[in-house]
Structures are given as structure tokens and as C-alpha cells.
Design a protein around this ligand. Sequence first.
Ligand SMILES: Cc1cc2nc3c(=O)[nH]c(=O)nc-3n(C[C@H](O)[C@H](O)[C@H](O)COP(=O)(O)OP(=O)(O)OC[C@H]3O[C@@H](n4cnc5c(N)ncnc54)[C@H](O)[C@@H]3O)c2cc1C
Length: 508
Amino acid sequence: MTRPEFDLLIVGGGLMGAGLARAVRDADPAARIAIVDTGPTIGGTRGQHLHEVDDDELWRRYNRSLEAGTQAHYVGVVAAPDPGSTVVGAAPGVYHLGSFGEDAAQLPGAAVAWNSGGMGAHWTAATPTPYGAEVFAFDGAAEWDADLARAQELLQVHPDPYGQDPAAAPVIDRLREMFAQTSDPGRGVQAMPMAVQPTGDACRRGPLRRTGPNVIFPPIADGADPAFALLADSLCLGLVMDGAIARGARIRHLPTGGEREVTAARVAVCADAMRTPQLLFASGIRPSALGSHLNEHVFVSGRVLVDPEKVPLELAALRPPLRGEWHVASHWLPHSDARQPFQGQIMSALVLDEDLRTPLGYFVQLSWYIPTETRDENRVEFSDTEADAAGLPRMRVRFSYSDTDRRTIAEGREAQRSAGEALGEFVPGRDSEVLVPGSSLHYTGTVRMGVDPVTSVCDPDGLVRGTRNVYVAGNGVIPTPMTANTTLAGMVTVVRAARGILRSGAGS
Ligand SMILES: Cc1cc2nc3c(=O)[nH]c(=O)nc-3n(C[C@H](O)[C@H](O)[C@H](O)COP(=O)(O)OP(=O)(O)OC[C@H]3O[C@@H](n4cnc5c(N)ncnc54)[C@H](O)[C@@H]3O)c2cc1C
């Protein structure tokens, strides 16, 4: 039999695909790895975060969109295409599922990226540490800790990239005091770990660099790895299956429309939580749990202008933003399971005078993440007869909140209100909003990992049930309900899948 072109073909060149390539490469310098990634490149460098692009106009547009600090406000709103129309040629960006022709009326905020590097080129890069009910320690606490540390290493997480401004300490102290009684040890209000690296002002855009896919696995951009190939601008249409074995994948080069089969000894799908199950379905791989147990925490946005009467804040002493940054600080209130079920993502910004130097006020963003129950009936289904705008099986998302979810949302809003009122004038009807389902962009469970073949799509090594060499990794693989931002836990599934792939002999 002819030797396949690659030892490992990865579908998806976002953060997870890059993480998997890196983890396998670090362990096996000779493994022949390819990534197939779809959507156009933004800026000149593949897999680069938009914060780092050279193009000034593009950079300004990105900054403006992210200033709100709410990923939902970042998503491009494009009218759903006519049935049968195609996404090929659409501008790069993050689009609602409806824009892709999917039926996502029950999860209207849900979105996917249409660009090389996926959402990894856009993300804020907050990487809070999973805890309690979020942890999926199939092999015990020590292995979980080691995998988490490796995931943090792959994402290049820094514990406190913004650093602390002593003049702003009263704000965080106030919040810390408020939640001290209900927080588990070490889980009080603290600096947010972020996949952001202080570079000592070495970067053109400022001293803080975001982790994009090209930071995780540089050959995506520099092509300097002779055993690696990026199959860019290419849409994977499905895996080529021979019974339980994938022989490779069928891909279409979008600029030319040319199609070909790429052969590989193993295939790993890292195409986000929505398109990973879609691709398995398109390939005839349909474990019973495929698409089910879709989970998303609720996103309640909120913002308060700090009142110096309530918090002793000396505005003139506040540190100005670092070059290239719109926030001056990034903190979080970790959840403490049932004692304190909510995550607060607390990012602070100055209101500056026209000279852009003199602080007039201090805004604190209080984004509240509220966990929801994991339920089988929340799911994404795929059509055997209808195609979406990429030509893949059309999605239909079924999603609702349970009575418990609604109660938790009400409690979460109360906790957010207390935090807001402690800092300034906080009017929930004006300063807080429960965003529509899907708005967090943190979806999990659709290709969940587990030991039970009925309720999981892959085993704890990421091997898809019913196959011998198809792996999945990323947020969709996370089996637990997440209160936190999901990317770090998603990267833990990458670490697990890499181990499974290497055990199966990736380079042999
Ligand atoms: C504005 C914004 C802010 C965010 N902030 C945070 C944050 O602070 N913290 C956090 O944890 N998360 C955040 N996220 C979410 C985070 O970006 C995602 O969790 C992360 O990127 C997921 O990685 P991924 O590789 O699974 O998906 P992506 O990074 O989206 O990559 C998926 C890749 O798969 C490719 N693909 C899909 N289908 C196919 C196909 N059929 N053929 C070929 N290629 C395909 C896509 O083109 C894409 O490149 C944010 C997202 C956005 C948009």
C-alpha cells in the first residue's frame, strides 16, 4: 500500500489546530503534519492575531470593535444568504451562524470565524483556570494539573500581563471584600491570567502581544518546518472513510475551486465546536451523542463608572493605558461552584480628556458569566438534504434554558448588581444586559469526551467512537459545564488528543 502523504492531517488552523500541531511536533520532530484551514487571511500573516497586524486601518477597526469588551458586539451581522448561495468570497471575519445559512434561531448570538486562524485571530485571550465542576480529570488530579500546565504553556498564558496599578487598588479591594465570604480559598477577585505576553515594548503595536495560532505554532506563518504543510484557503468537505479508518480528507481549494484528496495516517478535526460535529456528520461518522449536550454559559454584560464618593479613587494618579491597549487592567472573580457560581470578568478602562492623557473617569466592565445545566436536548443537528453557505450539512440548533438556569440567571444578575452598586451608580435596566444565547462564543459538549459510549462522541484520548484513527480536540470536546471562558479547557483536550495520537505512533 502507498504511504500516506502525512502522518497527521489536522482540519482547522485556529488555536486548537495550532496547539495540536505544536504538541505533536514537540514530541516528534519528524512527524509529517498538515493543517487544512479555510477562509481568507486577514492582514499579511497567516494565523496572526489582529492586534499584531501591520495594516494601520485594519488595526484601528479591530480596536474599535473590541473596545466594548464584549465578544458579541464584535460579530459581523450579515443577512442570512439565499438558500444555495455560498460563503466563498465573503470578507474575513466572525459571522453569526444565520449568516452561514444555518437555522440558529434558538441560539441567535452563535458565531463562527471565516478566516485563516479562526477566532484565534480575534480573541481577547482571557484564560481563567477551570475549577470544581469544570474539571474533567479522567486520570486523576495529578494528570489534570500536568495537562493544564501544558495547555497554559501552549497558549503562553501570563498570570498578570497588565500588571497592577496601586492607584486603582481600591476598586479591586472593594470587590474582593464583597465576595471574600463566598469564595473558596484562592478564588477571590484577582488578576486575570491571559494568553498575552509582555514583550518589553519590542512589538510594533505595544508591549503586550496576544497569542494567535502563529505564536503557538510559528510554521503556520513562516513555513520554516520542512515536515509541515499548511493547506490554506481550503475547505475540508469530509473525511475519506474506509470502514472505521480515515484514509484522509477531501478538500477544495477555494480560490481555484480545485478539489483533491489528501491522504493521512490519522486525521484530527479541530474545526470549532459547531463545524467539528458538522464535518464528522458529513463524513458519515455519527456516534449517537454527536451534536448533543451543547452547553453555553449565559453572558450578562455590565459596566459602571466608579464613583469616587463610594470608592476612594484619585483619578489624577491613575496609570494611563499601555501603548496599543484600550483596557488598563484585567481581573476576574472566579466562581467557587455552588458557594459562588458566577464568574465576573472585570476589565477596566479610563475615560480620558481630549489630550488622551488626563483621566476624567474610571469605567469597570462587569461581564457576568452564569453557568447553565448540561442537557442532552440542547444540541446541534445536521441535515442530510440541505446545505449551508459553505456547502456542508445545514445546522439546526435546539437550545433553551431550564427552570434552574432561569433561577441561576436571576441570582447572577443580583450578584452583578451588588458589585456594580458597590462601585458607583449602577442601574440594571441601563447598565446591564442579558445577551442573547450564543453571545459568549464559548460553546462546549457537541463532540464531548467521555467513558460512556452513549453520552460521548470521543474517548478520553479524543479518539472518535467507531473510528480507529479520527481524533477531535477543542471546546466542543469539553464534557463539563463551563462558567469560565473555554479556550484553556479546550486546549486541555488538545493535550489529551496529542497524547492519544502520539501513543498511536504519529510519526510511524
Ligand atoms: C472577539 C472574541 C473574543 C474572544 N475572547 C475570548 C477570551 O477572552 N477567552 C476565551 O477563552 N475565548 C475567547 N474567545 C473564543 C476563542 O477565540 C475560541 O475559544 C477559540 O478560538 C477556539 O479555538 P478553535 O481552534 O476551536 O476555533 P477557531 O480558533 O475559530 O478555529 C477554527 C478553525 O477551523 C477552520 N475550519 C472550520 N471548518 C473547516 C473546514 N470544513 N475546513 C477547513 N477549515 C475549517 C476555521 O477556518 C478556523 O480557522 C473569543 C472569540 C472572539 C471572536
